[in-house]
Ligand binder design. Structure first.
Ligand code: NAD
Ligand code: ZN
Length: 359
């Protein structure tokens, strides 16, 4: 068996308007003189108003971060250095408010405030030795499961790989579906499909077990309700997708993702394609691996009239294809989950090149 013994988020608040309890949650945990640092998606700086729930004390700080690109290890190091320079005390906590990019940034900064060296030193499994600073996650878009997972996905100098550790999960999560009401439709779809694909890859994988199946089937069912019966502006749909994201994340915690994620990581490493849209672009071409779900996916694309970019790899050089293939093939557990123990016989470099050429 594939033994795991992983921590879960110990505290979670759910409900429309639950962000208004943030202060109540944080104040008892404040260390005197130590600020709370808010790492917030900069879409909330101007374009979208974030409810005035955030009550800053004198030393608290809001750091707005751009999500045009996914977080890099160097971004994490820079933010950590800035905080160490600005304050001579560790923060009372780090609060991440945003999508997967922002939540991952918040988790990584919380870890790197207490662990020496650079974030890239810890890309991998169980390399973190010291507990992180108290950290809180507040998702504002649903799908990645970053709010519940034990990883923070980062692009480093040589690889795109998460810091997977028992200290990575948030200490507290606030699930307030109201916050997702302003997400543009296409982005809602791409990030929501990340959740759908987590479910498919977990449920169809060889690592599947009753734990992952229980969460995965619930999340899959919720995704189908959301994308076949709902639309992005309905309150009930927002609530459901937030819970689907959570359950999808829990499902892969005891199994693994598969072909779409492995290939999407390669795409993102070479072309900077963001996770949600990258997964969609790849999944669109994966009939061979997930025939029924790819057909279902295409129906959802049509229903919501979303554009799935084509021809992304058409001008790539051989060396770029090679890098992409190296990154994808490096994710061995994903391939083993998708194709079984003898996956290397089926997934050769040539095979992968052929798949990438279709994208
Ligand atoms: P994102 O965080 O990049 O956000 C996508 C876009 O939506 C951004 O432009 C953002 O500004 C906007 N947005 C977010 N909330 C909004 C709101 N309420 N209103 C208006 N606009 C809003 O995208 P994502 O898909 O949530 O996350 C992708 C990232 O998550 C990738 O970096 C990926 O590697 C990571 N990821 C992490 C895990 C994990 O377990 N840690 C799992 C899957 C993906
Ligand atoms: Zn994903």
């Amino acid at each position: 068996m594939n033994f795991k013994n992983f921590p879960m988020v110990p505290r979670v608040a759910f409900g429309r308007g639950s962000l208004s309890y943030l202060n109540e949650i944080l104040e008892p945990r404040r260390t005197e003189g130590a600020p709370y640092i808010y790492i917030v998606d900069d879409v909330f700086k101007e374009e979208v108003a974030l409810a005035s729930e955030i009550q800053l004390s004198e030393t608290d700080q809001i750091l707005y971060i751009s999500t045009l690109e996914e977080p890099k290890t160097s971004d994490v190091d820079a933010l950590r250095d800035q905080l160490k320079q600005d304050f001579d005390i560790l923060p009372s906590g780090i609060i991440g408010i945003g999508g997967g990019s922002t939540l991952d940034m918040a988790k990584a900064v919380a870890l790197m405030l207490t662990n020496p060296g650079n974030a890239s030193d810890y890309q991998g499994w169980d390399l973190i030795n010291e507990p992180a600073v108290y950290h809180v996650g507040i998702p504002t878009i649903s799908g990645t499961g970053a709010e519940v997972s034990r990883t923070t996905v980062l692009t480093g100098p040589t690889k795109k790989l998460g810091i997977n550790s028992d200290y990575t999960p948030f200490d507290q999560v606030i699930l307030d579906p109201e916050l997702t009401g302003t997400v543009p439709k296409d982005q809602w779809f791409y990030t929501g499909m990340d959740c759908y694909i987590h479910c498919v890859e977990s449920l169809q994988g060889t690592y599947i077990n009753a734990f992952s199946q229980a969460y995965g089937e619930k999340a899959y069912d919720l995704c189908k309700q959301v994308f076949f019966e709902g639309d992005h502006s309905t309150k009930g749909t927002q609530d459901k997708l937030m819970m689907a994201s959570w359950h999808g994340g829990m499902s892969i915690a005891y199994s693994q993702v598969g072909v779409a994620h492995a290939m999407s990581y390669g795409l993102s490493y070479v072309l900077g394609t963001k996770h949600g849209i990258g997964n969609c672009v790849v999944f669109d071409q994966l009939e061979e691996f997930y025939p029924e779900n790819v057909s279902e996916f295409k129906q959802m694309v049509a229903k919501h009239d979303v554009e799935i970019p084509q021809g992304l790899c058409k001008d790539l050089t051989d060396s770029e294809f090679d890098t992409m293939i190296n990154v994808a093939l490096g994710l061995e557990p994903l391939w083993e989950n998708a194709c079984g123990k003898d996956w290397k016989q089926r997934i050769t470099r040539e095979k992968l090149r052929g798949l990438y050429e279709k994208i």
